[in-house]
Ligand binder design. Structure first.
Ligand code: DGL
Length: 267
């Protein structure tokens, strides 16, 4: 069982932030990453539709790649489907929302914090609930940021347009004088410079990537799913969209481990 790969997915490139953290923390593990780039963005879609996509992808990762554990490397899919995936599959399923909320609470000093995410994630209330479960003393501003994901998928991280959009969307968090902002969409760490410029250098930006990787490691050690070897893990990348673009932008974002991707078509 331990020899099997870890499976993970996102609507596109965002989950590569979590893949990077997993590869760095667990270099002996094999990984299969699926980016559903043909159907991104997930954020504006009804949660039931996203839950259906998550179910379909999990099915593929479990049955075709025989994964031993699933990481839902997408906040929107975590909000939409974490519980149902846990009910339907007999492998452990790790989401990014709870680890993100923990990272946020650990980082704040004043308790005035913000979380930004897709419409689906923010409207689901999942972060508001997860943060309240970790700490009762938070003053939380939750902001949906439609449009940011599309810039990342196009490989546009610091243009004038993305800066203007970020300025408009993040103004309520600037006004609230938060000391910490959680990037509650796995795409957003790629916009950290732009978001950081808008928020100012005193605001700490946190993401769920590292905390999620630590959760995965702890869970695998507790359940005997961790591999013995400490190096030599292989990562496989799969996209439902344009394979050349996935390889080109993915390599820039993740690094040399993404040397090739394979394309799958939904039936
Ligand atoms: N990266 C995903 C998330 O964390 C969603 C992006 C999208 O497709 O809207 O929510």
């Amino acid at each position: 069982m331990a020899e099997r790969p870890i499976g993970m997915f996102d609507s596109g490139f965002g989950g590569l932030t979590v893949a990077r953290a997993l590869i760095d923390l667990l270099p002996g593990e094999d990984l299969v990453y699926l980016g559903d780039t043909a159907r991104y963005p997930y954020g504006p879609r009804p949660l039931e539709e996203v839950a259906g996509f998550a179910e379909q992808i999990a099915e593929l990762l479990v049955h075709r790649w025989n994964v031993k554990l699933l990481v839902v490397a997408c906040n929107t899919a975590t909000a939409a489907a974490l519980e149902s995936l846990r009910d339907h599959f007999d492998v452990p399923v790790v989401g990014v929302i709870e680890p993100g909320a923990r990272a946020l609470v650990e980082a704040t000093e004043t308790g005035r914090v913000a979380v930004i995410g897709t419409i689906g994630t923010i409207d689901s209330g999942a972060y508001q609930r997860a943060a309240a479960a970790v700490s009762e003393d938070l003053d939380l501003v939750a902001l949906a940021c439609p449009g940011l994901v599309e810039f990342v998928e196009r490989g546009e991280f610091a243009s004038e347009q993305v800066r203007l959009l970020a300025q408009r969307l993040l103004q309520p968090a600037v006004d609230a004088k938060v000391d910490t902002m959680l990037l509650g969409c796995t795409h957003y760490p790629y916009l950290a410079r732009t978001i950081g410029d808008v928020m100012g250098r005193d605001v700490v930006l946190v993401s769920s990537a590292d905390e999620t990787a630590f959760d995965v490691r702890r869970l695998m050690l507790d359940t005997g799913l961790a591999r013995e070897r400490r190096s030599g893990g292989r990562a496989t990348f799969v996209t439902t969209g344009d394979v050349n673009w996935f390889e080109e932008l993915g390599r820039k974002l993740l690094g040399p481990e993404l040397d090739r991707a394979e394309r799958i078509h939904w039936p």
